[in-house]
Design a protein around this ligand. Structure first.
Ligand SMILES: [Zn+2]
Length: 246
């Protein structure tokens, strides 16, 4: 806990924590085995941060608190659903979108607090680049997979030099003889629009992105769990009943 107490003394983290802790009840869990910090929603207004001593505490704590800041502004996390894309590709893409859409709203605040853009993920440059290259090693077979890799490449901030990033971006755009280029560049514009918009409701953005991936589609996204179908979430295309799914 002393790492947290120490990090909270940093004026950049302190001011953010003042704002966020008034809205959420935040608990901390030391997780020495994990290589990253993480956070989860444990109730409507309770959150848990798991931390280790390997990552720089101030920027890592600011990052997790900014996730809560975005959620406090009205961003609703999405948790699975049903999709004609198939369970695996759908869940993996949705989880990446849930994370990255938050990151795009958090990043300008992170800079405003006075942090350096390279500190946004708390990882060191080599590890970050290695993870990204590993993700791109297998050329994506489907647009859902390509979109997920692309989200990582266009994620804001982080230690990756601009040149390396644009090389990775071009590699994805050229992959499969450029088959995914049109859709990926449109997804990039949809995300840029989201990042610049003043609102925090991601429904329209998710709708536009999923329709780039599959149109027509039978997709329903849940805000809490599958039991809340259909009221506790939203449809991407036309409405359907569970009997319509394969
Ligand atoms: Zn994050």
């Amino acid at each position: 806990m002393s790492i947290i107490t120490q990090a909270l003394k940093d004026p950049r983290v302190h001011s953010l924590n003042e704002e966020v802790a008034g809205r959420f009840n935040i608990e901390y869990r030391h997780d020495p085995k994990s290589s990253h910090w993480g956070s989860e929603q444990t109730g409507p207004s309770s959150r848990l941060i798991s931390y280790n001593s390997r990552c720089p505490a101030q920027s890592s704590l600011a990052h997790e608190l900014l996730h809560f800041w975005v959620q406090g502004k009205g961003y609703r996390r999405v948790h699975g659903g049903y999709s004609s894309l198939g369970d695996g590709p759908f869940i993996r893409l949705l989880a990446a979108l849930d994370n990255e859409l938050q990151h795009h709203k958090m990043f300008p605040q992170f800079l405003k607090l006075g942090f350096d853009k390279r500190e946004f993920y708390g990882d060191d440059a080599k590890e970050f680049e290695f993870a990204m290259r590993r993700a791109l090693q297998e050329p994506p077979e489907s647009i859902a997979q390509a979109a997920r890799d692309f989200l990582l490449v266009i994620a804001p901030g982080g230690p990756l030099p601009g040149q390396t990033r644009s090389a990775l971006r071009n590699r994805l755009l050229r992959g499969k003889k450029g088959r995914f280029r049109g859709k990926l560049t449109r997804i990039e514009s949809i995300i840029a629009e989201w990042a610049q918009s003043p609102g925090f409701d991601a429904e329209d953005t998710l709708r536009k992105i999923f329709l780039e991936i599959e149109d027509p589609t039978k997709t329903w996204i849940a805000y809490s769990d599958l039991m809340s179908f259909p009221k506790g979430g939203f449809f991407i295309g036309e409405e359907f009943s569970l009997d319509d799914l394969p």
